[in-house]
Every structure is written in structure tokens, then in C-alpha cells.
Design a protein around this ligand. Structure first.
Ligand SMILES: NC(=O)c1ccc[n+]([C@@H]2O[C@H](COP(=O)([O-])OP(=O)(O)OC[C@H]3O[C@@H](n4cnc5c(N)ncnc54)[C@H](OP(=O)(O)O)[C@@H]3O)[C@@H](O)[C@H]2O)c1
Length: 244
């Protein structure tokens, strides 16, 4: 599938990794919808950057964990663009949940946004893609969905769910729609991580460095334009973290 002239929704793309994916795909000629939840100003800024590539872009607020908000976002996209060819499920939360203080609320937030949000966006977008008889869904998982780390149980479980969901959707939506999952390693750490934590993380990575958002965006671009014979796949972009 080509990227040029496609209509692409990237969830949670006002900042950080999602923003880089949105800009990379726009630079390759796609019309990109920037979804956000709270970062309206940043999302509008990304649409302005995207438009400089000569493509269309709008920002839409929707909490991906709410079915009615996701449904109305998808309806708005189809109304304005006519099609929706590619969905990148990037929106997520990531915060420490030590076992001793882990609450039901922590559990629900992680599962609702990271897993149910990925499901809801995929469900409503797939309904459109099935009618179009083409489409690609790229889920942003995490290597920790395969090898969970401590202090983040609900997050790791949500990302394990995203891996299972990727495989289930790939089977369900074949042959017209391809569904794949990228498993990033450390790319951009949360702002509250110390320099010591950063050094420890880098030393655990066989390639001895952090990844960059460009590594994730390039992999997303590859899954769109590199081959149409890939579905149900997991792509670790983790500096070898999974094999360490
Ligand atoms: N950063 C890394 O090193 C790393 C490593 C492994 C995996 N990943 C995965 O890669 C993806 C991007 O990582 P990141 O660090 O850039 O993510 P992030 O900064 O933690 O979150 C990205 C965006 O998700 C949005 N979001 C959160 N809850 C939402 C909701 N209910 N509805 C809609 N949007 C919501 C936020 O939008 P608003 O700001 O608008 O609220 C936020 O800007 C995530 O799936 C993450 O799990 C990242």
C-alpha cells in the first residue's frame, strides 16, 4: 500500500512518539488526523506542521476508552475525508503502579485506555475498512507485553492484551485488512525518570542506547508501504531488549 494520498488516523499524536509517526507519514504524502485527549494546543500545532507538507490534517479530541467518542471521531473523519485507510493505535498511559499500592483504579485506567481503547478504535475503523475492502491497522505495543517488568503490572498486561488483540484481529479481518504490532523498547522516558534510571535502562539494552521516535515511525511506514504480505506480526524495535 502506498502512503501518499492515504487517510491516516494516529491516536495520541499531539506529542512524543505519536507526533513523530504523524509527521513522518504526512511527509510521505498522507493526510493525517491528529487525535488527542487533553493536549489540544499541541495537537493543533502538529496539524499546522503537517499542512506544510501540502497534505490535509485536522485534530480531533476523543478519549479512546469511550465508545461514543471514538465512534463520533471516526464518523467525522469519514464525513470530511471520505475514506480511512490506516489506523495507528498509539495512545496510551504509562505510570508506575507498585504492587503494594496498586489499586483497582490503576488497573482500570491502563486496561481501558491501552487495551480497550485499541480495541474500540480498531472496531469502528475496521467497519469502514471492511466496506472499502482495504486497510491497515498498526498497534503500538511494548516489548514488556512479552517480558513484563515490575512496578507496571497493569501496563504490561494491557500491552500483552494488545499483542493478543493484534493476532485475533489479523485473523478476523483477513484478507482485506492487515493488522500488525510494533513493540518499542526504551524510546522516550517519562519526565520523572532520573538520570540513574536512564543509565540503568541503557545498560540493559544490548545496543547500549535509547531508540528514537524515528525508529518507530520508520517501522510504521515500512508496515504500510514495505509489504502487503505481513499480518499478525510483532516487530520489536527495542535495541535487542527482548533477547537480553
Ligand atoms: N516512550 C517510550 O519509550 C515507549 C516505550 C515502549 C512503548 N511505548 C508505546 O509507544 C506509544 C507512544 O509512547 P509515548 O511515550 O509517546 O506515549 P505517551 O506520551 O505516554 O502518550 C501518548 C499520548 O497518548 C494520549 N492519550 C492518553 N490517554 C488517552 C485517551 N484516553 N484518549 C486519547 N489519547 C490518550 C495522550 O494524549 P493527550 O496528551 O492529548 O492527553 C498522550 O499525548 C504508547 O503506546 C506507548 O505505550 C513507548
Amino acid at each position: 500500500m502506498t502512503i501518499k494520498n492515504r487517510v491516516i488516523l494516529v491516536t495520541g499524536s499531539a506529542k512524543r512518539v505519536g507526533k513523530c509517526i504523524a509527521l513522518t507519514l504526512a511527509e510521505k504524502g498522507a493526510n493525517v488526523i491528529v487525535n488527542y485527549n487533553t493536549s489540544e494546543k499541541e495537537a493543533q500545532g502538529v496539524t499546522e506542521e503537517i499542512k506544510k507538507f501540502g497534505v490535509k490534517s485536522i485534530a480531533i479530541r476523543a478519549n479512546v476508552s469511550k465508545a461514543d467518542e471514538v465512534k463520533s471521531m471516526i464518523e467525522q473523519i469519514v464525513k470530511e475525508f471520505g475514506y480511512l485507510h490506516i489506523l495507528v493505535n498509539n495512545a496510551a498511559v504509562f505510570f508506575k503502579t507498585p504492587f503494594e499500592t496498586l489499586s483497582e483504579k490503576d488497573w482500570d485506567i491502563n486496561i481501558d485506555i491501552n487495551l480497550k481503547g485499541t480495541f474500540l478504535c480498531s472496531k469502528y475503523v475496521a467497519d469502514i475498512m471492511l466496506k472499502q475492502k482495504e486497510g491497515k491497522i498498526i498497534n503500538i505495543g511494548d516489548w514488556s507485553g512479552i517480558r513484563p517488568y515490575t512496578n507496571y503490572i497493569p501496563y504490561c498486561v494491557s500491552k500483552a492484551g494488545v499483542i493478543a488483540l493484534t493476532k485475533a484481529l489479523a485473523k478476523t479481518l483477513a484478507p482485506d485488512i492487515q493488522v500488525n504490532c510494533i513493540l518499542p523498547g526504551p524510546i522516550i522516558l517519562p519526565e520523572d525518570f532520573s538520570e540513574k534510571e536512564r543509565e540503568q535502562i541503557i545498560s540493559d539494552v544490548p545496543l547500549k542506547k535509547m531508540g528514537s521516535p524515528d525508529d518507530i515511525a520508520a517501522t510504521a511506514a515500512f508496515l504500510i508501504e514495505g509489504s502487503d504480505f505481513i499480518t499478525g506480526g510483532m516487530y520489536a524495535v527495542d535495541g535487542g531488549r527482548l533477547i537480553s
